[in-house]
Design a protein around this ligand. Structure first.
Ligand code: IFM
Length: 455
């Protein structure tokens, strides 16, 4: 069954600055923690974002692709290293001009800009002072958010404060997968709190510039676990409610303190922080790809010594292999998980939602047409998108207030620690020539958007 969406529903695609822009030494940009991380052997094949899709130079072509696709909105991120390249210095006019051209270029094409203010490319000078372990980072990032909002104002449809703070905390300070790759499990808790604080401060900074009419959001990648009730409950607490509850309800759950008692005293929470974090938002973005399967084990909850983990406080939980088909990332394909997630968050938090990322890395095969041009028949990606859109539509029919759906990603791009080995784009990027080629999924999505139906 298909679901017809309201006129103001946003069909879109998403990207992020470090993943597509390249030109890392141009326009006055300073290095970010991802430049450092990727240049020091932490990514597959030593890949870096130095060139990426070269969207810094090819942005017009990319916006034309979006216009051809017929999207209502484009979700992209602004790079703080382009806007505030000097520690304690003034905003960089070249960086500001770049994003102003993109926003105006989108509006000229009838596309609404959805701006993510922070998608992981923290300036290295803030990384040098502890990154998200340092409370000051929250204030510096909020100051930058105000600079961007002052410039772009109400030309932006939605300002998203942070993309996936789970990754910027647990995966970056708890584990070793993301910059700075600290790998000290519970060290990620102060990073979590400082990211939550940054979200609140950024909301205040944007509203301070744009006024109460500013549409604000944050995007979370909530971890959808299935399995033993106790294991599901604990992982939900550590990975999800640690963001959802302070942001949407103004408190950290007591159970969280109990579940982490041997690891962290949470003394970094200061008086008034929760009031700052608990700002009204207009829409909650959810990035969804797959589910996890968990079970309680016989191990102790708090292993000694503390180890690298993206789930501190969950030492007694096993992550089991997932069933069914998997994407090239090794993630299982479980559209029902998207339905469950949307219904759960809507039922518990009653906040309007948007699917701000959903998509699939596929082993795309490139063929040549009669004229020697590249073509990609990515039927597996179409099936993935179809299944998830159907699930999203079903959630809407069950009453979920869903405002948009964004495919990850417009372009094949730099997939973080996986470098260029994983392709999520509905447009192929040939990394030698940088030529863009719409895949079959692009044409299919264009037809979906035209019908204004979730498949
Ligand atoms: O590429 C990432 C993106 O930056 C954040 N969400 C998940 C995507 C796929 O891993």
């Amino acid at each position: 069954m298909t679901t017809t969406v309201p006129d103001d529903f946003l069909f879109g695609t998403a990207t992020a600055s470090y993943q597509i822009e390249g030109a890392v030494n141009e326009g006055g940009r300073c290095p970010s923690i991802w430049d450092t991380f990727s240049h020091t052997g932490h990514t597959l094949n030593g890949d870096t974002g130095d060139v990426a899709c070269d969207s810094y130079h090819r942005w017009r072509e990319d916006l034309d692709l979006l216009a051809d696709l017929g999207v209502d909105a484009y979700r992209f991120s602004v790079a703080m290293p382009r806007i505030m390249p000097v520690d304690g210095g003034k905003p960089n006019p070249e960086g500001l001009d770049f994003y102003e051209r993109i926003v105006d270029g989108l509006l000229e094409r009838g596309i609404r800009p959805v701006v993510t203010l922070y998608h992981w490319d923290l300036p290295q000078y803030l990384g040098d002072r502890g990154g998200w372990l340092n409370r000051d980072t929250a204030y510096r990032v909020a100051e930058y958010a105000g600079v961007v909002a002052r410039l772009l104002g109400d030309r932006v449809h939605t300002y998203t404060t942070l993309n996936e703070p789970w990754c910027s905390s647990y995966l970056s300070y708890g584990g070793t997968e993301h910059a700075p790759g600290m790998g000290e499990g519970p060290k990620s808790f102060p990073a979590v709190h400082h990211l939550n604080l940054a979200h609140g401060l950024m909301c205040q900074a944007v509203r301070g510039q744009v006024g109460d009419g500013a549409e604000l959001s944050i995007t979370l990648n909530l971890q959808m676990a299935r399995g033993d009730a106790d294991a599901v409950h604990r992982t939900d607490l550590i990975a999800n409610r640690v963001f959802l509850d302070p942001i949407l309800r103004g408190y950290y759950p007591d159970e969280l303190f109990a579940a982490t008692r041997d690891l962290c005293d949470w003394s970094f929470i200061q008086d008034g922080d929760l009031n700052v974090i608990h700002q009204p938002i207009d829409v909650l973005g959810l990035n969804y790809y797959s589910t996890n399967r968990v079970a309680m084990s016989d191990r102790p909850q708090f292993p000694q010594p503390v180890c690298a983990t993206t789930y501190p406080g969950c030492g007694d939980i096993d992550w089991l292999p997932t069933e069914g088909p998997h994407t090239e990332m090794g993630w299982n394909i479980d559209p029902e998980g998207l339905y469950d997630l949307l219904v759960r968050v809507w039922d518990e938090y009653r906040v309007p939602l948007a699917v701000t990322e959903n998509g699939m890395a596929c082993p795309d095969e490139v063929e040549m047409d009669d004229d020697g041009a590249e073509i990609v028949h990515d039927g597996d990606r179409i099936d993935y998108l179809k299944g998830h859109m159907e699930a999203a539509g079903r959630a809407m029919r069950c009453g979920v207030d869903l405002r948009g759906y964004f495919v990850w990603s417009l372009l094949d791009n730099f997939e973080w620690a996986f470098g260029y080995s994983k392709r999520f784009g509905i447009v192929r990027v040939n990394y030698e020539t940088l030529q863009r080629t719409p895949k079959d999924s692009f044409t299919w999505y264009r037809d979906v958007i035209r019908t204004r139906r979730l498949v």
